[in-house]
Ligand binder design. Structure first.
Ligand SMILES: Cc1cc2nc3c(=O)[nH]c(=O)nc-3n(C[C@H](O)[C@H](O)[C@H](O)COP(=O)(O)OP(=O)(O)OC[C@H]3O[C@@H](n4cnc5c(N)ncnc54)[C@H](O)[C@@H]3O)c2cc1C
Ligand code: SF4
Length: 475
């Protein structure tokens, strides 16, 4: 690595990810991005300028030692590189796939100021895959049991990260998950073609091998309340990582017609209940085959839903978004992939009502054209309807993907936990402590819908604070 001058490094072009062909992949559920070869990874790593003060590290919410892990890749030490990442991030194969890298580490990369940034996310994914495929995944050492028990509610990235850190410190950790599968949005939301379930399962297997216990089909607030966990089941502390899984709706006429889904329901049916493998899997099917499907929204969830509908055989798959592409919250890569696969974007367009037939089935949507005004409280330009621009389009399936709110079950059954007006749990941002002694929270239930890496960071912060609390008893 030292033989190359900065000038020579700057001349190496960024290496694209190898991808499945768009025409082919738009009809299958296999992963779209196929990763780097070892040769490509080494060359990409050589683009790193080895800045004395690497700005990329501050761009990563968990401050991975990016410069150090990239140096190891450039030297061909892939296992050393993954170990370096795992000092700060337990789930690199996942983050390397789904992190909004272009807004985080890569946005801060110095190489990116004059050209394209070093592909930090792709490199992270490469070494994590290399380790998994080599079959030599290290299980972190676990300290001798300290006799204290912690309950984690929710098995998403926040809960899993919290569980790992506490188990390493010698706590008896049990994760309670409402669904029959572990992983939270990583398995029920993000589709197989972006994040294969096998990868999430491998990470969870590692936690099982460390001795973390998992209880599925266990809804806290129903099976046990938080108080029961602490008073009757003997848990010394509880971490709430229950996410924000309650879908928002548009509030327009026709939303209860047959054929209208929330993105959560649509994606869960496909991802967890394998609706796409009917009749092999006996789950309710979504008949998108040869149908017109409209997805309302512009975030990652909307892109996942619309691309899923194509894979289920949709004839036309539309994104209906009320602002322009510039304001879309979805990752740039996801928008690009959706376009390549044939998704049709109806931008600056908003639904007014959904139209049904006499038997209550969806058959069309009435839309209105929008223009952008001044920025609103979200900082994005406010969409304003253009009067008289209404038009209708025939559709058979509609998916609403305009965001989610917090699931109120745990907070309703534990009224001492303070919540905000939006229903999120209020915590001390340094310690993730809630208003109830012994109870901590983090991830989407605190922030509202955010990102995998931020949920993981919150889980780790909470683990450190739980350890502190259980070691010295002071609240
Ligand atoms: C479709 C979709 C695509 C996304 N794409 C991206 C992306 O590309 N990149 C990115 O960074 N982020 C993405 N996100 C956001 C990201 O997935 C979330 O921010 C993250 O998963 C939040 O983690 P969490 O651990 O807080 O909650 P979750 O992942 O929501 O996990 C919470 C878990 O708690 C369980 N639970 C809830 N209530 C209870 C209860 N009472 N008892 C027991 N268990 C309970 C739930 O079943 C769930 O398994 C996406 C989100 C969605 C919906
Ligand atoms: S975890 Fe995400 S932000 Fe951090 S280095 Fe990896 S890809 Fe970048």
């Amino acid at each position: 690595m030292n033989q190359l001058t900065p000038k020579e490094r700057m001349k190496i072009p960024r290496h694209s990810m190898i991808e499945q062909d768009p025409a082919e992949r738009s009809r299958n559920f296999s992963e779209v991005n196929l990763g780097y070869t070892p040769e490509l990874a080494i060359e990409e790593a050589q683009r790193c300028l080895q800045c004395p003060k690497p700005t990329c590290v501050a761009g990563c919410p968990v401050n991975i030692q990016i410069k150090d892990f990239i140096t190891l890749i450039a030297e061909g030490d892939f296992i050393g590189a993954v170990k370096k990442i795992k000092e700060d991030n337990a789930l690199p194969a996942i983050c390397g796939r789904v992190c909004p890298q272009e807004e985080q580490c890569e946005e801060a990369c110095v190489v990116g100021k004059r050209g394209e940034p070093v592909a930090i996310g792709y490199l992270e994914r490469f070494v994590a895959d290399y380790e998994r495929e080599s079959g030599k995944i290290d299980v972190p050492e676990v300290k001798v049991s300290n006799g204290k028990k912690v309950a984690i509610v929710g098995s998403g990235p926040a809960g899993l990260s919290c569980a790992k850190d506490l188990r390493e410190k010698g706590y008896e950790v049990t994760v309670f998950e409402a669904l029959h599968e572990l992983g939270g949005v990583l398995v029920y939301g993000i589709p197989e073609f972006r994040l294969p379930k096998e990868i999430v399962r491998t990470e969870i297997d590692g936690l099982k091998r460390m001795g973390v216990k998992f209880e599925t089909d266990a809804i806290i607030g129903r099976v046990f309340t938080v108080d029961e966990l602490m008073e009757e089941e003997g848990y010394d502390a509880v971490f709430l990582g229950v996410g924000a899984g309650l879908p928002w709706f548009l509030g327009i006429e026709g939303e209860n017609l047959n054929g209208v889904y929330s993105a959560n329901e649509f994606l869960t049916r496909v991802n967890l209940m394998k609706a796409y493998q009917f009749p092999e899997y006996d789950s309710p099917i979504l008949d998108c085959h040869n149908k017109n499907v409209a997805v309302f929204g512009g975030g990652n969830t909307a892109m996942d839903a619309v691309r899923t509908s194509l894979r289920l055989g949709a004839k036309n798959a539309y994104i209906v978004y009320r602002r322009s592409e510039k304001e879309m919250p979805a990752r740039v890569e996801e928008i690009k992939h959706a376009k390549e696969e044939g998704v049709q974007f109806m931008l600056l367009t908003n639904p007014v009502r959904l139209i049904g037939d006499d038997e209550g089935w969806l058959k069309g949507m009435e839309l209105i054209k929008m223009e952008l005004g001044e920025p609103d409280e979200s900082g994005r330009r406010r969409p304003i309807p253009i009067e008289g621009s209404n038009f209708t389009v025939d559709i058979d399936v509609a998916v609403i993907a305009i965001g989610n709110g917090p699931n109120p079950l745990v907070t309703q059954t534990t009224p001492e936990i303070e919540t905000s007006r939006r229903g999120t749990i209020v915590v001390d941002p340094e310690t993730m402590k809630t208003s109830k002694k012994g109870v901590f929270a983090g991830g989407d239930i605190v922030t509202g819908g955010a990102t995998v890496i931020l949920a993981m960071g919150a889980g780790r912060k909470a683990a450190a604070a739980i350890d502190h609390y259980l070691q010295n008893g002071a609240w």
